[in-house]
Design a protein around this ligand. Structure first.
Ligand SMILES: [Zn+2]
Length: 304
């Protein structure tokens, strides 16, 4: 049982990490890809990998990247970040952040298994529901998209140079396809066909699944698959070939919506998510988990 996209260094999981990992391994969990999302969390995912390796050898793989939301001003995301957590919403701030990112990658390369969470997020660039004075101009939106693209390009270049797979975030402005099309275009042109990647939590247009699969990428499915509102994702899952499916929790986000479930996600949720996906695919949960584990090893474990 494998979790291909988790944030176990994030609270509240980090407060109880040992028990949560013990629960996962006791249920058959073998690997977790723990992804960073900002600069401080890069140090934390590396520290957690090292400190947990005595108790849980080979369980945690680390993925390092800066989430695309880090390049969006907090006035758009409405996230209550502390003033210390400044967003990199100008070309100058982006450059500084990416320089620091490059230094951290080079310093910690022996502990790094993947690049991400990175990608593009156009979700917040919707102007229609904003107050008139907080609306962005088209030029401002295009500049913020350009900043995100610069970051994503640099993440792809590092992945290519270090021969590392990627875990990728792509979120649309509702009803559009521009974000995933930009993601695929940059992966192909900058990655030059050399990047192994998972499009994590894909919630976009089902018609683009064929293109994602033809280009050789994987799709990560999480608890959204089990939600009442997840009909689109269940259809995407039914269309995605088994050999390109990964399971993930994106924990502590996306808790299970079932009786008695915790308020936040943990890697152990993979068991339930797998049972729902197995039903869609009309195979046993055991068979599904074994195929997904093979997929995980193929993309994220170099030695297999
Ligand atoms: Zn994530």
């Amino acid at each position: 049982m494998t979790d291909s996209h988790a944030h176990i260094s994030m609270q509240p999981i980090s407060d109880d990490i040992e028990n949560i990992l013990h629960d996962f391994t006791s249920k058959g969990g073998t690997k977790i890809l723990n992804a960073s999302y900002d600069l401080p969390s890069i140090n934390q995912v590396i520290l957690d990998k090292i400190s947990m390796s005595n108790i849980f050898p080979d369980l945690i793989l680390t993925s390092v990247g800066i989430h695309p939301e880090e390049f969006i001003p907090t006035t758009l995301t409405n996230h209550n970040d502390s003033p210390l957590n400044q967003k990199f919403d100008s070309f100058e701030k982006m450059r500084k952040a990416l320089d620091e990112y490059n230094t951290l990658v080079n310093k910690n390369i022996k502990h790094i298994s993947a690049i991400g969470e990175t990608g593009l997020d156009y979700h917040y660039f919707i102007n229609s529901d904003k107050e008139e004075d907080s609306k962005l101009t088209t030029d401002q939106i295009e500049e913020l998209i350009e900043i995100q693209k610069n970051s994503f390009i640099e993440h792809i270049e590092i992945a290519k140079k270090k021969s590392l797979p990627m875990t990728i975030h792509s979120r649309e402005n509702f009803g559009e396809n521009r974000c995933i099309k930009d993601v695929l275009n940059l992966l192909c042109t900058i990655g030059n066909g050399k990047i192994a990647a998972s499009i994590h939590s894909y919630t976009g247009d089902i018609d683009l699944i064929d293109e994602i699969i033809d280009l050789g990428y994987y799709i990560g499915f999480n608890a959204i698959l089990t939600y009442k509102s997840g009909e689109n994702i269940r259809q995407i899952a039914s269309k995605t070939p088994l050999e390109r499916i990964l399971l993930e929790t994106d924990c502590p986000s996306l808790p299970l919506h079932i009786k008695g479930a915790q308020k936040y996600g943990t890697p152990s949720d993979i068991g339930y998510i797998a049972s729902v996906l197995a039903e869609i695919k009309n195979i046993s949960t055991e068979k599904l988990l074994s195929i997904v584990d093979e997929n995980f090893n193929r993309i994220f474990c170099k030695t297999v």
